[in-house]
Design a protein around this ligand. Sequence first.
Ligand SMILES: *[C@@H]1O[C@H](CO)[C@@H](O)[C@H](O)[C@H]1NC(C)=O
Ligand SMILES: *[C@@H]1O[C@H](CO)[C@@H](O)[C@H](O)[C@H]1NC(C)=O
Ligand SMILES: *[C@@H]1O[C@H](CO)[C@@H](O)[C@H](O)[C@H]1NC(C)=O
Ligand SMILES: *[C@@H]1O[C@H](CO)[C@@H](O)[C@H](O)[C@H]1NC(C)=O
Length: 584
Amino acid sequence: MAFTKLSQQTITSTNNTSSKRSRPLILFLLFLVTFILLLLSTAFFPNPQLVDVIHLQAQSQSHGSIFYSKKVERPPKWLKVILEDRLTRHKTLKVGLINFKHSERSHLKLGGTVSEVVVINVELVSSNITWEKLFPEWIDETNPKGWCPDIPMPDPGEYPRLDVVVARLPCVEEREEIDDNGNRRKAGIRDVHRLQISLATAHLVVESSQEKDVYAVFVAKCEPMLELYRCDDLIWHRGEYWVYKPNVEKLRELVRMPVGSCALAHPHAGNSGSSRQLQANANQLPHELQISARSPREAYVTILHSTEDYVCGAIALAQSILQTNTTKDLILLADHTISHHSILGLKTAGWKIKRIDRIKSPNAKFDAYNKWNYSKLRIWQLIEYDKLIFIDSDFIVLTNIDRFFNYPQLSASPNDKWLFNSGIMLLEPSKCFFDNLMRKRYTFKSYNGGDQGYLNEVLTWWHRLTLKLNFMKFFDKEGGGGDRVVPRDRYTVHFLGTKPWLCYRDYDCNWDRQDYHVFASDDAHAKWWRVYDEMPKDLQKYCGMTRKQDRGVRNRKERAQMANLSDEHWKIELKDPRQYHLVA
Ligand SMILES: *[C@@H]1O[C@H](CO)[C@@H](O)[C@H](O)[C@H]1NC(C)=O
Ligand SMILES: *[C@@H]1O[C@H](CO)[C@@H](O)[C@H](O)[C@H]1NC(C)=O
Ligand SMILES: *[C@@H]1O[C@H](CO)[C@@H](O)[C@H](O)[C@H]1NC(C)=O
Ligand SMILES: *[C@@H]1O[C@H](CO)[C@@H](O)[C@H](O)[C@H]1NC(C)=O
């Protein structure tokens, strides 16, 4: 009202030359009223956004305090999220800070909600500790400690039990490291400093969490390490703020793992291996509690897509696993190219079938052999299971491997360099993790265009399982080139090269091609046929050769003869009865 009156006066007075002297006064009054109105409106309707904006601005300046100054009295949004989430709201918070500069920490005033702010000291990891040192290609598996370099961690004994651990997380390209030749280079996605801060935070969360929730907050321009901080545990994220309420049991399992693949992972003590113990305890509990104490849901899983060539392989794989008396489920993902007839055989072999739509590899060329390999990512959608052991259908299992369910995601045997082999791996299904993988598939390049290359970019921090779990049938000059036998202590055989069921059983047809000699092993070949012999007759029918496959084998045999290959396998007469019952 007052405002309208004044403006009318102003308008009328502009035409009145005699009131010129009163104009500054009117303008002043106008200003005053506007100011009072503004003040009133902010007092009664505080704008929540405004506080966060101020807060965020303070953060982005390297010398600004990361905590709101005296002018702002409300806690920042991320802290409010935690205050509202806690069960014991009346209690004040103990907050630990990792990797903040002194200037970023000064003037801490958390609106009286925090009783104690603790600065956690972590000595910066030496720049000559590179990812290659944490993830060496080869280790002596008999050395239980491995050769893991020392990565400084905070000593939890020095600090009170915290409610929140806040860490400033370095992002890609921030760290410079020094390689063995003394050259400086950017750390990229395999950044030891980033790992150190993530692990230090995890240690403190785990140590602080006895009978209470502890939150991990990251201030980072990039996503925190999803190997340690599961997207399922992310309760809030905006801009550079990531608030996690970690599942402490899972996090504890991870911080107990070696810092890299420089040592063999050790199984999580007292997990499903002792499920009988769990069961015994459960029987003494009331019924509702028995359900939650049931043994974990675990399964082996494989996938068939784009071709029926591996149907027989998957049948033999299921039979080989069942022959070890597993207690786990067997799940097979199949796309539309797998016929109803094949599905019947796969079911008889022991697989539970799930139909899927295949997923195209983002960078695959037209008709490339790995065009649909990203379909494998769908295993993360099997959320009716807690843990899965994925196993490619060109494997057979020789002895029971159920004990490997005691390892966390992502555990696998090594491939080369710092990479794991995705032929057999332990994983924990999660919807948000699957969505995350799907989202990133256009921005993260796969080094080989397949799922293995992609997964190794997204999950750079993984846990080493013994080489015995993934015996790759590969014999070069260094690797047991002489006798080409599968050592007795191996758990599986991974049939690289031409698959046994696409050869005749008389000998490993990898011998018939000079460039495939590295894959040739009559011993491994015979092991696969032993599984075949154990199979019921109506399953063996699924391993027939097509006319085309038969012609291929014979052509290569003839060419081996013409080339007079010195191993002379081409001299062996084909007796396999499958040659007389070619399938359509
Ligand atoms: C890294 O450098 C330090 C000296 O700065 C040295 O003591 C240490 O042995 C080196 N570590 C490795 C793994 O090379
Ligand atoms: C599996 O169980 C059967 C029957 O109990 C037994 O005869 C066989 O030896 C077991 N196999 C293995 C590999 O333990
Ligand atoms: C892609 O899938 C095919 C068939 O399952 C497999 O033979 C090949 O090794 C895979 N390639 C990559 C790069 O993962
Ligand atoms: C084939 O190779 C063997 C030695 O491996 C040699 O004795 C023989 O003469 C060769 N035959 C022909 C036709 O080149």
